[in-house]
Ligand binder design. Structure first.
Ligand code: NAP
Length: 434
């Protein structure tokens, strides 16, 4: 008997999953001895926009979770409720579960994994992070010998597309956002993407896997890309950097940094070459060194590729009678769980843009404020004043420093009579340290 799949949600990813399962049926059946069969599909709209052939369709997704012919329930409806209830019901009914739902895993994953473990079933989630890139399998299997030092990822394609366009064409954020919406890269409400929430969802899943810690969505420092100015993109370029929106999880001596924000990365680094809507995740393990995983982070078939890989993994085990080849995230913890650090305790290098009066002595005032806090300056650019202006932009790159010291320095700089307005502050990551 083939392994029975019950698929809930026939949107972008659901339709892609039906298409690829149909198109590659023969190859997939060679890869798992019992074969795969979609035995029921559930979704809200009465007329599915994909040819289901003879596959039974229902608008009641809970009927799929109760169907005795369903071995694996695939949740592709998105959002927290009723997806959470659907998955808990499927688990209670002894179904294996596959999901692409990062918002759900990031916010309720600990509860869901505990329920799956108690019932002896698997909850697999490869598609929840970075779409088609098999980063979950890389962390869970390929890198499992390593102590992970840090990982950093471009994990939101919309933000990367907007920053790439701003850099390549010198365009404003708002202008590129409208184009991203027209091209279908950004939703009508783009806030989840451009304000960093979607990247935060993915980062906590990666961090939980890398560091064996609980899913701490509440502890992530999140900044989006709305305030990035074309001037800062240009100045970063003059200094040899590109601005990328990164999710960073790093183990330092005192705890774990979890942060999502625009970041300067060296323009020759691999991460700087990741353009448009692509995603990439760099993982630094103590044994393997730095590794980079890059590819499409969204879209119907790339995401279906990850969903089906999870289905196959589970189907192989069901066929072989094995259990738990896919360990549950966050429930197999041992030893002390290090604290998640406040952003004030995070360490990075910094980019500061100061609007300063064009007169002698200002630079030395800035240097004194920074050096009093142990911050050294790695590079400076000073621009000519624009016609009719008495303030000039002064751009400073600092060494790696605690965030709290830089914030204190910025507050002191903003107090100076010779400085106008707020200091623009971005972090800079070399991505080559251990
Ligand atoms: N799109 C991507 O590229 C991508 C990439 C990675 C991960 N994901 C994740 O994959 C999941 C699905 O994303 P998507 O882009 O395919 O979403 P989508 O296009 O909005 O599709 C969602 C589907 O689920 C149905 N649905 C929603 N709520 C339902 C309910 N209460 N009962 C029954 N059916 C319901 C919708 O029906 P209606 O058509 O009637 O609304 C629609 O068919 C999300 O968790 C998303 O975060 C998506």
């Amino acid at each position: 008997m083939p392994v029975g799949i019950g698929l809930c949600g026939l949107g972008t990813v659901g339709r892609g999953t039906v298409e690829v399962l149909g198109r590659n049926a023969e190859t997939l059946s060679q890869r798992c001895s019992y074969g795969l069969e979609i035995v029921q599909v559930g979704s809200r709209s009465p007329r599915p926009e994909v040819d289901l052939g003879t596959i039974p369709f229902t608008q009641d997704i809970f009927a799929v979770a109760a169907n005795p012919a369903v071995d694996i329930l695939v949740e592709l409806i998105g959002g927290v409720e009723p997806a959470r209830e659907l998955i808990l019901t499927a688990i209670a009914n002894g179904k294996q579960v596959v999901t692409a739902n990062k918002a759900l895993i990031a916010s309720c994953g600990d509860e869901l994994f505990a329920a799956a473990k108690a019932r002896g079933v698997t909850l697999a989630y490869e598609a929840a992070v970075a779409g088609g890139i098999p980063i979950i399998k890389a962390l869970r299997e390929g890198l499992s010998a390593n102590r992970i030092r840090w990982l950093a990822g471009i994990i939101n394609g919309t933000s990367n597309f907007i920053l790439s366009e701003m850099r390549d064409k010198g365009r404003e954020f708002a202008d590129v956002l409208v184009e991203a919406q027209m091209l279908g890269y950004a939703e009508a409400d783009p806030s989840l993407d451009v304000d960093g929430t979607d990247a935060a969802h993915k980062l906590v899943i990666l961090a939980a896997l890398a560091f064996g810690m609980p899913l701490r969505l509440d502890a992530v420092h999140v900044e989006g890309i709305r305030d990035i100015q074309p001037d800062d993109v240009r100045y970063a370029g003059e200094l040899g950097y590109r601005i990328k929106h990164l999710g960073i999880a790093r183990r330092n001596a005192n705890g774990i940094e979890l942060r999502v924000h625009p970041t300067l990365v060296p323009e020759r680094s691999l991460m700087a070459q990741v353009h448009g809507a692509l995603n990439a995740v760099m993982v630094r393990g103590d044994a393997v060194g730095a590794t980079l995983y890059c590819g499409p982070g969204a879209g119907a078939e790339p995401t279906a590729s990850a969903v089906i890989a999870d289905i196959l993994d589970i189907a192989r085990r069901l066929g072989g009678g094995g259990r738990d080849a896919i360990p549950a995230l966050g429930v197999e913890r041992s030893g002390e769980i290090p604290p998640v650090l406040d952003i004030a305790d995070a360490e990075s290098a910094h980019y500061l843009r100061v609007s300063a009066l064009d007169r002698p002595g200002v630079l030395s005032q800035l240097a004194q404020i920074l050096s009093a806090r142990g911050i050294s300056i790695e590079a400076i650019i000073q621009k000519e004043p624009a016609p009719g202006q008495d303030h000039v932009p002064l751009i400073l790159l600092t060494n790696r420093t605690r965030e709290s010291e830089v914030r204190a320095a910025i507050a002191a700089i903003e107090e100076l009579d010779s400085v106008a307005g707020a200091v623009v502050h971005l972090r800079k990551e070399a991505l080559n340290d251990v």
